[in-house]
Design a binder for this molecule. Structure first.
Ligand SMILES: C[S@@+](CC[C@H](N)C(=O)[O-])C[C@H]1O[C@@H](n2cnc3c(N)ncnc32)[C@H](O)[C@@H]1O
Ligand code: SF4
Ligand code: SF4
Ligand code: SF4
Length: 347
């Protein structure tokens, strides 16, 4: 199907995140994957049959014809996909998407090996590896592998693969954030990505154990800035902040803090069965990559693409052109509507 010949009823973001598999070899308490949510009263996210490589090639064709420029790869755990390397080879050999951009791949690192790293070097893959703590790694993930992740940062550096140490910050690993980031960088990571814990997926069951308060949200930014200063690096925060929860947002020189939701604007998600979502944190399917209209829940999509989700408490704020009041999907998950305040204000 060549979707360029058809008038689309939605705006297409430049980046698609491909969730290659639902499977995972970790059991993270914080995991936001919607199919891991098991909270009474919430609808279950129905997993479909995972697409095989042939179907993914068709899906890539649709994305390419839509004008998508970049892809990122995630999951579940993408290293468990039997065709991960075939897919990377296909994207590069067929000249799909922007060949000058790295493909970002997010992984927990447990199934990493040198063959993967060789391929990542060859296909210009930027590897973002999760390190949710050092002493608390096993407590968060159910697997004792902080040393393994650090080892693969070291090997990746030797092999010339660019990497990010990516930390989901929770109430339980906050106390060791400096050490976690520093050890990731010392092992060889090029940069850092912080995610404040967002309740959703399995993480919703651990809301009280993991949710950061205002002091910790500011503390995590300060700690990251300090580590970046010591290491002369730059980094970013991947889960948007409400501007007014940050004490002095303009003081950060090395840490880029997003305050506008990027879902359905900068990126969108294709799940392992081909369902489309606005964001990886979103439990709501808005269409399917092989449907003729691709996005069928256009109203929901457009509330993200046009920012028609601002809480009423924010409408008269001077900052509202630069601030979406934190995470809109989390507002919907925790409070039932996308235009409620981010739950971080209640904690
Ligand atoms: C869902 S994971 C999938 C990729 C891979 N399995 C991993 O964990 O790195 C994608 C990213 O989301 C982050 N993440 C997972 N749950 C989160 C949560 N509740 N809040 C913020 N970030 C979260 C992970 O740390 C990871 O960086
Ligand atoms: S956060 Fe990633 S590694 Fe952890 S359970 Fe979820 S998908 Fe697996
Ligand atoms: S828009 Fe809302 S969340 Fe953002 S700074 Fe203003 S009041 Fe705070
Ligand atoms: S819904 Fe928007 S604010 Fe929330 S994590 Fe996704 S991109 Fe960020």
């Amino acid at each position: 199907m060549d979707t360029r010949t058809k008038k689309l009823n939605f705006t297409v973001p430049p980046t698609a995140i491909l969730e290659l598999t639902y499977k995972c070899n970790h059991f993270c308490k914080f995991c936001s994957c919607p199919w891991e949510m098991e909270v009474e009263g919430y609808p279950k996210y129905a997993k479909g049959d995972e697409m095989d490589f042939t179907q993914w090639k068709d899906a890539l064709g649709v994305l390419h014809s839509l004008g998508v420029k970049n892809i990122s790869i995630s999951g579940g755990e993408a290293l468990l996909s039997p065709f991960l390397l075939d897919l990377l080879d296909y994207v590069r050999k067929e000249n799909l998407f922007n060949q000058d951009s790295d493909i970002v791949l997010i992984s927990n690192g447990l199934a990493m090996n040198e063959d993967f790293l060789k391929a990542f070097k060859c296909y210009d893959v930027h590897l973002s590896m999760s390190l949710p703590g050092i002493d608390t790694f096993a407590q968060h993930t159910g697997v004792d592998n902080a040393a393994g992740v650090l080892h693969w940062f070291e090997i990746a550096k030797k092999m010339g693969v660019h990497t990010t140490v990516n930390v989901t910050v929770t109430k339980q690993n906050y106390h060791e954030l400096f050490k976690t980031l520093a050890m990731g960088l010392i092992a060889g990571a090029d940069t850092i990505l912080l995610n404040r814990f967002l309740p959703g997926g399995r993480g919703l069951s651990y809301f009280n154990d993991l949710m950061l308060n205002k002091e910790q949200l500011n503390g995590m930014l300060n700690i990251a800035e300090e580590v970046l200063e010591h290491s002369n690096r730059i980094g970013s925060v991947g889960t948007e902040f409400p501007r007014c929860i940050v004490d002095d947002i303009d003081k950060y020189e090395r840490l880029r803090i997003g305050t506008i939701c990027a879902a359905a604007k900068d990126f969108f998600v294709v799940d392992p069965s081909g369902y489309i979502r606005t964001c990886n944190h979103s439990p709501r399917k808005v269409g399917h990559i092989f449907d003729s209209d691709i996005v069928s829940d256009v109203e929901y999509w457009n509330s993200f693409s046009t920012r028609a989700y601002i809480p009423k408490q924010c409408i008269s704020c001077n900052e509202v052109s630069f601030c979406d009041c934190g995470c809109r999907e989390v507002a919907a998950i925790v409070k039932g509507r996308i235009n409620e305040m981010d739950p971080c204000f209640d904690n």
